[in-house]
Design a binder for this molecule. Sequence first.
Ligand SMILES: Cc1cc2nc3c(=O)[nH]c(=O)nc-3n(C[C@H](O)[C@H](O)[C@H](O)COP(=O)(O)OP(=O)(O)OC[C@H]3O[C@@H](n4cnc5c(N)ncnc54)[C@H](O)[C@@H]3O)c2cc1C
Length: 385
Amino acid sequence: MTDDLLERTRKFVDTEVLPETAWLDARPDVPTPLTSRWHEAGLSNWWLPERYGGPGASLSTSVDVVSELSYGDAGFAFGSFLSILGTTLLHLYGDHDLADGYLTRMAGGGGCCAILISEQEAGSELHRTATTITADGDALVLDGEKYFSTNTDAADFLIVAGRAADDPSGYSLVLVPRDAPGVEVTKRWDMIGLRGSGTYAATLRGVRVPAVNRLSGNGLRDLEAGLNASRILIAATAIGTARRVRDVCMAYAATKKVKGALLVDNDVFAAKLGQMEAQIDVMRNQCLAAAAQFDGLMAAPNASGALYRAGALRSALAAKMHCGQAGWQVATTGSEMFGGLGFTHEHVIGKLVRDLRYVGLVEGGDDVVRDLLFGRYVLPAAKRL
Ligand SMILES: Cc1cc2nc3c(=O)[nH]c(=O)nc-3n(C[C@H](O)[C@H](O)[C@H](O)COP(=O)(O)OP(=O)(O)OC[C@H]3O[C@@H](n4cnc5c(N)ncnc54)[C@H](O)[C@@H]3O)c2cc1C
């Protein structure tokens, strides 16, 4: 089912996404009509396993799909792929029937899910979550405030991180239907980039769900396993956005004259574009290496256990950090290319710079990623976290 996925994605981006760049950057209501057209084209949630009726694309293929989508619009890409975190967690650690029900509906209907982890106070220290999960007979009751969560308003279901009210060391992830009483979306953030996607603040007040909605395992460890997939695709956003930066620079240089000649014939310009090409190639190679490792673990006889034991993959952390940094260098070089125009809203380059910034922030800023790499892979094994 995935043979022509990339080709169809490119066509969709050319005909549907690229013409809408300015409109997507104007913070339209989401989901936009593009999301239903993406589904009608048979492309939504392309990674969902065939077992649920999805196309079943690998993460390696998804790296290129996300690069293509981000070439069109990083916000549309982000809103389209971020559900991979919630669906992977549900697939790996959710009750079999629960996963079958939600993921089959999602594959058929083209819906999305959201992941509610971040809190204002706890920041990246997820173990400080103040969201409580109280067992009450055959039910769980959730209370908490979540600061950022993408796609929440339109989601079919939410995966919420919290800890047991009677055991603060008991972390869990719980599936909450979006329409469960007590779930309230309190605002949509006005983000500087990815403006074609929607990220929200939300509260949960006495939200009651069946106990079977709790995912198995320690919630923080489950998260590490799932975050590998979304971190690699966040990194891949930088590839597509950087490719677009390169191409808008080339188009501009074909018209701009410097020292009596076109910029495209200038050696300094050529060196900058050569540097960009190397950065784009290394970004893609690192994402593909990380995705291949993830795909290998997903294909293991006990994928849930293999990923749980592996935790945060070095290759995925390196991909996100490297792509955030290299992508940012490409963006800043690109914006400089346009002189003062690069600092206006008149040219798409400003949007590309703003979009690229998120790669080094979301799902762990660079300080957090460096800390994880040190704690998991640099410290001697006996001292590792
Ligand atoms: C567009 C967007 C979409 C998002 N979507 C979601 C979503 O769907 N679900 C969700 O749960 N969250 C989401 N988030 C939240 C996002 O993942 C967090 O904002 C991000 O991980 C950073 O965490 P924080 O905001 O808590 O800041 P912090 O990590 O607390 O950072 C604040 C400061 O503390 C420093 N710091 C933190 N940890 C360390 C450390 N270990 N060592 C040294 N310095 C450190 C940082 O460098 C920074 O200077 C989204 C955010 C954005 C911008």
